[in-house]
Write a protein that binds this ligand. Structure first.
Ligand code: HAM
Length: 429
């Protein structure tokens, strides 16, 4: 058994090893291409923010703020939090950088690590990566549909299959308070039959009862009043238009009256994207992406009233799926040439030759640390290169190099200063 090392990465946080970097890179490339197409500019905000930004923005009664924030006191006595999400920081950056005065909507995207002190379990990490899109300063429902379309397109472009978009509207300050009252009085008369957590939710945030997964709460939920029947005219018209746009762009969706999201800043449209079924046929519980409209957040941070809409996706969850759906990444160029050397003069010349190949953008593998030719040939075999270049003591003195065709075994000796050109021609064939 391997000896346990003294130090381990913190619970729920992982190293991203070289063999996994290609997934992050692939997702980054697809996301940045799509962002560019739809006119979103990239933004990076600090990894920490004032704790109050999140408690105020996400909501004091939410799980994220109550249980999942990593907070720290600075030497100067400020309370900072590792960012658990990206929307509140973007709202802050929008106000702080005077972005209200730029042409609206202002469209921003981000890609980076986020932190939540979650109970360790599958698909929930304490450090995870998200990419997100935020469109600020646009009230038209067309942007809600476009955000959904962007996330759907990214996941499709990554070749993920069986995606399911769930949408709902949770109203606004005109209609939600009344609906919450209705809901609270409905659940209060059935409180004894609710699960432990829902009894707490009844006092703290009654809407959250709607996304409870406990068996015993399901029949009670099923009979509860539904928000779509209680939206005000403005919210109803807005939602109807969002759905019409989605129909027009042929995004398949389900209306889910229980979708309420775990952050308090949402108004009107909310959505999540799931996998329709997991590989063993079960309904998937963990969303790949989620978001919605947050028309009051900028005002809450003392900015001008600014309607906005956005979403974020969990990169590790996407990578898990890419692996389980056996999605192939576009092939990376593997080196076709191996450079073998023997003796100190040859090693020096090889170092220089490698630089000439790099400048010509030709990938060349080597193992300069090894001195045995046999060990180097074995490595060339393992890599499956087409050609091995051999630079021994004699060749180094004569300023030549041997090109060996690994398939036919044929060898040719060429001048050292001509070998890059020669290999360029051979690789083109
Ligand atoms: P969220 O639903 O909390 O929304 O997170 C978005 C996505 O991040 C989730 O659907 C999930 O894929 C991933 N995610 C969240 N927590 C974890 C975790 N512990 N481990 C792995 N993946 C996770 C937001 O963060 C909002 N800021 C989205 C938004 C943007 N709304 C408007 N604009």
């Amino acid at each position: 058994m391997a000896k346990r090392s003294k130090f381990q990465s913190p619970t729920g946080m992982h190293d991203i090893l070289p063999e996994n970097q290609k997934y992050y890179k692939r997702i980054y490339d697809v996301v940045s291409d799509i962002a560019d197409f739809y006119g979103f500019g990239k933004i990076d905000t600090p990894i920490v923010e004032e704790t109050e930004l999140f408690s105020k923005g996400i909501g004091l009664a939410t799980d994220i703020v109550k249980k999942q924030m990593y907070t720290l006191k600075t030497r100067g006595g400020d309370s900072l939090a590792l960012r658990p999400e990206g929307t509140a920081p973007i709202a802050r950056a929008y106000i702080e950088n005077g972005m209200q005065s730029r042409p609206q909507p202002l469209k921003l995207w981000y890609f980076g690590p986020f932190f939540r002190y979650e109970r360790p379990q599958a698909k929930r990490y304490r450090q995870f990566w998200q990419f997100g899109f935020e469109a600020l300063g646009e009230k038209s429902p067309v942007i809600d549909a476009q955000i959904i379309q962007i996330f759907y397109n990214i996941l499709r472009e990554l070749k993920l299959k069986n995606l399911l978009v769930e949408v709902n509207s949770i109203g606004d300050s005109q209609c939600r308070p009344y609906y919450k009252k209705l809901l609270a009085s409905y659940f209060r008369t059935r409180e004894a039959s609710l699960c432990f957590d829902c009894k707490r939710r009844l006092r703290e945030n009654v809407l959250r009862i709607l996304d409870c997964k406990e068996e015993k709460c399901q029949p009670i939920k099923a009979e509860a009043p539904q928000i779509l029947d209680h939206l005000c005219d403005e919210c109803r018209a807005h939602f109807k238009e969002v759905l019409e746009f989605l129909d027009e762009i042929e995004i398949p969706y389900n209306l889910n009256p229980y979708l309420v999201r775990g952050l308090d800043y949402y108004t009107k449209t909310v959505f999540e994207i799931f996998l329709e079924k997991t590989s063993n046929g079960e309904i998937s519980q963990s969303a790949l992406a989620g978001g919605g409209r947050y028309d009051k957040l900028i005002k809450l941070f003392r900015g001008k009233e600014t309607p906005a809409c956005g979403a974020a996706a969990g990169i590790e969850r996407i990578i898990d799926l890419m692996k389980s759906q056996k999605i192939k990444l576009p092939s990376e160029t593997e080196p076709q040439i191996f450079l073998a050397q023997l003796g100190s003069l040859a090693k020096r010349k090889s170092l220089k030759l490698l630089e000439s190949f790099r400048k010509s953008k030709i990938k060349v593998a080597e193992s300069f640390g090894r001195d045995s030719l046999n060990a180097q040939f074995n490595r060339a075999d393992k890599l499956g290169v087409k050609y091995t270049l051999i630079l021994g003591q004699k060749e180094a003195l004569e300023e030549v190099v041997i090109i060996r065709d690994m398939k036919t075994g044929k060898q040719e000796t060429v001048k050292l200063d001509k070998v890059v050109e020669k290999m360029k021609k051979r690789l083109k064939k």
